[in-house]
Design a protein around this ligand. Structure first.
Ligand code: MN
Ligand code: MN
Length: 468
């Protein structure tokens, strides 16, 4: 005889115990078709936006197509109006004015659009033993051994002495040349092989190969001269123009579906464009929310949110203050009533490196968008620890909207740690919590995310903007 009735113990367990894996599995499978669709747009974005400048250009274009106009602090705005502030082409704030305006605070989703990469030194070009190379200074937390022996593309901007500008994007289109950092062959790698992983590749070893032909002439530095001749012919620059440039080497390959089931996306720079994209899309889908809703896409998070385009700068504060003052409100009071989802990636549990994780408090691929109540390292150092009240509200709005979400920490206690922009925004006396897409191989040239989690992030930002 079959008994469909649950045993009393099982019933009690269903009622009282948290079963993350089981709850997530059913919801995950249900969201797959929509998640697959959503990821197509994301792949286009991440291929087009490998640097902060490119992410801002893409966002401005996409926002304008959605009816956003450049913010003018002198103007009065009405519910449903859409505005943006482009900070030097490297960071951007976008807002949809709410029915209640900023009177009861604003809702912010903050992501960053810079990623670890290899930047050029100010005087980069040199020749050595009949090859031409560029000296670099890596940007952000890279594992240096991951960057040699793979195709690189060069992105960025050069400002000539006369002020004219050259936008650089070499290595992405079919037929483009690409670049690479060389590595020693294993046959001769005896000295390298006995070094510790963190010491086997030094920052000064990350030299990028850019040429091997000499100029047909008699004289000195003919290899270097030949490359400068090519650059002068193609881009109208001389060597000193490289001083006033921001040139960044990034992996040259595009995003790809990962897995036989195509459930994941592998790409360079998921951290943190995988949060920037769903936040933007959620704002675009936000018709006249109750409260004014904002997305800020920040630069420089990977090096501490410093500089005038990082969130240590006051531009987000000024933007909110301008919105407040346009309504005759005191910006400080608006900030005190505001909240922010600090939208940054978290580390997904990796079964190959399980010893770095505490499985009961880790985020997993396909369990949805990952909340981190706190980040930091060594006793939550450097973290914004969200309040129980705010987290309680966030989990309610996510559950009410049927969003797949999970909560976890970045690895084991004292294993390491990391920070986000959360504390930069919390400084304004707003409620802030970290939430983002779990990533495998974070900060590597080829990071992996799940399409279900990406879509859950979009749903989470949308639920947040639209919540009463
Ligand atoms: Mn990040
Ligand atoms: Mn990062």
């Amino acid at each position: 005889m079959e008994d469909n009735k649950m045993s009393p113990t099982k019933e009690l367990a269903e009622k009282l115990l948290l079963d993350n894996a089981k709850t997530a599995r059913a919801a995950c499978v249900a969201s797959v078709p929509k998640a697959m669709d959503f990821a197509e747009g994301y792949k286009d974005f991440i291929n087009a936006a490998k640097t902060e400048r490119e992410a801002v250009s893409w966002s401005v274009e996409a926002a304008q197509a959605q009816g956003f106009v450049e913010f003018d602090p002198a103007k009065k705005y009405n519910p449903g109006d859409k505005v943006y502030y482009n900070n030097r082409g490297k960071a951007i704030c976008l807002a949809v004015i709410g029915k209640k305006g900023a009177a009861e605070g604003v809702r912010i989703a903050a992501a960053h659009i810079d990623s670890p990469r290899i930047d050029l030194k100010p005087i980069p070009l040199y020749e050595s033993n009949e090859l031409c190379l560029l000296k670099t200074h890596y940007y952000g937390g890279v594992k240096k051994y991951q960057w040699p022996a793979m195709p690189l593309a060069l992105h960025g901007k050069i400002v000539r002495k006369d002020g004219s500008e050259v936008t650089v994007n070499i290595g992405e289109n079919p037929g483009d040349p690409q670049f690479c950092i060389t590595d020693i062959l294993p046959h001769l790698g005896k000295d390298q092989a006995v070094k510790k992983l963190g010491e086997a590749f030094s920052g000064e070893d990350l030299n990028v190969l850019v040429g091997s032909l000499p100029l047909e002439a008699e004289g000195e530095q003919l290899y270097k001269l030949n490359i400068m001749k090519v650059l002068n012919e193609q881009y109208g620059i001389v060597e000193s123009d490289l001083i006033s440039a921001e040139l960044e080497f990034v992996p040259a390959f595009p995003a790809a579906d990962i897995g036989f089931d195509r459930s994941m996306v592998g790409a360079y720079g998921h951290d943190d464009r995988v949060c920037a994209y769903p936040a933007l899309q959620a704002l675009f889908d936000c018709e006249a929310p109750e409260k004014t809703s904002l997305v800020v896409l920040a630069d420089k998070e990977e090096i501490g949110s410093v500089g005038n385009t990082g969130l240590c700068s006051e531009y987000l504060n000024y933007f909110v203050a301008d919105l407040a003052e346009a309504e005759g409100l005191n910006p400080r009071w608006v900030w005190s009533k505001s909240s922010c989802l600090s939208a940054d990636v978290t580390a997904a549990l990796d079964p190959t490196y399980i010893s770095a994780f505490e499985p009961g408090n880790s985020t997993y691929l396909n369990r949805g968008v990952g909340i981190a109540k706190y980040t930091g390292s060594r006793g939550k150092g450097g973290s914004n620890d969200a309040s129980a009240e705010f987290l309680g509200w966030v989990r309610k709005i996510l559950d009410d909207a049927g969003v797949l979400w999970q909560i976890g920490e970045l690895g084991k206690v004292d294993q390491g740690g990391g920070g986000t922009v959360a504390y930069d925004v919390a400084r304004m006396n707003a409620d802030v919590i970290d939430i983002g897409v779990p990533v495998l191989s974070m900060h590597s040239p080829f990071e992996v995310i799940s399409k279900v989690d990406l879509f859950a992030a979009y749903q989470a930002f949308k639920a947040y903007f639209q919540a009463k």
